[in-house]
Design a protein around this ligand. Structure first.
Ligand SMILES: Cc1cc2nc3c(=O)[nH]c(=O)nc-3n(C[C@H](O)[C@H](O)[C@H](O)COP(=O)(O)OP(=O)(O)OC[C@H]3O[C@@H](n4cnc5c(N)ncnc54)[C@H](O)[C@@H]3O)c2cc1C
Length: 439
């Protein structure tokens, strides 16, 4: 059933060269890159802070800046990590290039970088629609406390993670029939972290894996089989920045986060499960006997929903047997990491070396003035399992924001990008493309 809303007259609140929708890892860097390349840039974010999954879902290891001793992601993403490190909220010394981050510090560091780069920030504003003619977006519509408001934009960068703008503009998207599960990440205080450290629990994170405690996993699995413990994954337990605190990725549920009804049920179920699990931890592990919930994500973390149908689809073969692309804009190297929605299982393939990421996976087929960065890029299941991590999302953000600035200045469609100029600009601004500028 439908209802006709009738004609609307919507106030136009501003006009920009580049509008970035969504302030997660990809959107932050996309907006910084667009502004630093001379575009008048607006960043729209639905919450009152940026950071995406880092800050709204507490996903606090940022993966993966290095491979085989080489830094494969540099430029603006690494600059943000250095800034957070200077603020005392990031550890960028791990050889793995998997960097722990303090979510509160990340909010400040990212916001500072955005404002100092000249980006206009608009918080508490939800992208809801766009006005298009023949696929060319003239305005985006946001909903906020001022009502429905339009912004004129020459190029739109969709960093919503769910391809919200791409779908509203009428471009094709796809959704896997089996989606990776969602996870309510949480932090505990009152944990005997010294005892956990002595058991070597936090060591793996410095190497190439996030830590999983086999002892804790086996006991939880046993309890789960007896029906005394909800479904879980991992668990991956990282040491918090404050003594006695840990950050835990454990709770999970099969869901489709693009369905508000389903995702509401998931939020409710996982909130119940969080407190059950804490009780189980207190009763079964002496290091946790005095623990309390410090905080949980503002929302449950979403691994995937929609992907664009791009000019190119990154494939499993592209990441396992890396090849050069004429339009390489970044590199990735994280393990192929596919979580199973309704079991403890996880499919992991460790990559021997870094692979190349082509520009085409960020551009909806036949795009005029829209480009995406982040977890909604065009990739098959296994390639998505590696390209979705946050350092890679940020590197794609730098490329998408730079392309948007070039496109808005030169009047170029995103599908007709001046690739040599884009690549040259990215290299000059620190991006690692062919290691000639790698540190
Ligand atoms: C449980 C879990 C564990 C993970 N583990 C790791 C890990 O160990 N290491 C790692 O690097 N990565 C990990 N990831 C993956 C990583 O967090 C995501 O893939 C990454 O955050 C995607 O970045 P993004 O910028 O594309 O999207 P997001 O981080 O999802 O950011 C999207 C932003 O857009 C905003 N937004 C969305 N829709 C709208 C709208 N309509 N209007 C306005 N704003 C909007 C959101 O509020 C958010 O700020 C994990 C993810 C999950 C869920």
């Amino acid at each position: 059933m439908f209802i006709y809303e009738g004609e609307r007259k919507t106030p136009v609140a501003g006009s920009y060269d580049v509008i970035v929708c969504g302030g997660g890892p990809s959107g932050i860097i996309a907006a910084v890159a667009a502004a630093r390349n001379g575009a008048k840039t607006l960043l729209i974010e639905r919450y009152g802070f940026v950071g995406g999954m880092v800050t709204n879902a507490l996903v606090t290891p940022i993966s993966e800046f290095c491979k085989n001793g080489k830094r494969i992601i540099d430029g603006m993403p690494y600059e943000l990590m250095e800034l957070a490190n200077r603020f005392g909220g990031a550890n960028i010394s791990f050889e793995s290039g998997n960097y722990p981050i303090d979510d509160e510090v990340f909010k400040l560091a990212a916001q500072r970088m955005l404002l100092e780069s000249g980006v206009t920030l608009l918080y508490h504003s939800y992208f809801s629609d766009c006005i298009t003619t023949d696929g060319q977006i003239s305005h985006i519509i946001v909903q906020n406390k001022a009502g429905r408001v339009a912004y004129e934009g020459k190029v739109i960068v969709d960093c919503t993670g769910d391809a919200d703008v791409v779908r509203a503009a009428g471009y094709k998207t796809v959704k896997e029939t089996i989606l990776q599960p969602a996870t309510l990440w949480f932090q505990l205080s009152g944990v005997d972290t010294k005892a956990l450290e002595e058991q070597g629990l936090f060591e793996d994170a410095k190497n190439d894996q996030l830590p999983v405690s086999e002892t804790i996993r086996n006991r939880l699995d046993e309890l789960n089989r007896k029906g005394e413990m909800p479904l879980f994954g991992g668990p991956w337990i990282s040491k918090g920045f404050n003594e006695g605190t840990v950050s835990i990725n454990l709770l999970r549920e099969a869901t489709d986060a693009s369905s508000p009804e389903q995702f509401t049920k998931t939020e409710c179920n996982l909130r119940e499960n969080l407190f059950k699990v804490v009780e189980v931890m207190r009763e079964n592990f002496p290091e946790f006997k005095n623990c309390r919930v410090l905080k949980s994500g503002t929302q449950t973390g979403v691994r995937e929903t929609y992907h664009i149908v791009g000019m190119y689809q990154l494939t499993t073969d592209d990441v396992i047997n890396p090849k050069p692309f004429p339009d390489t804009i970044a590199k990735g190297a994280h393990v192929i990491d596919i979580h199973k929605p309704d079991s403890i299982d996880q499919e992991l393939v460790v990559l021997e070396q870094e692979y190349n990421i082509p520009y085409g996976i960020m551009v909806p087929y036949d795009s005029k003035n829209i480009i995406v960065a982040g977890r909604s890029v065009c990739a098959d299941e296994a390639a998505f399992g590696t390209v979705r991590v946050m350092a890679v999302c940020m590197a794609m953000g730098q490329a998408a924001g730079t392309a948007a600035a070039i496109g808005s200045k030169k009047g170029l469609a995103m599908s007709k990008m001046d690739i040599p100029l884009l690549v040259q600009t990215l290299k000059e601004q620190g991006a690692v493309i062919d290691f000639d500028n790698c540190k």
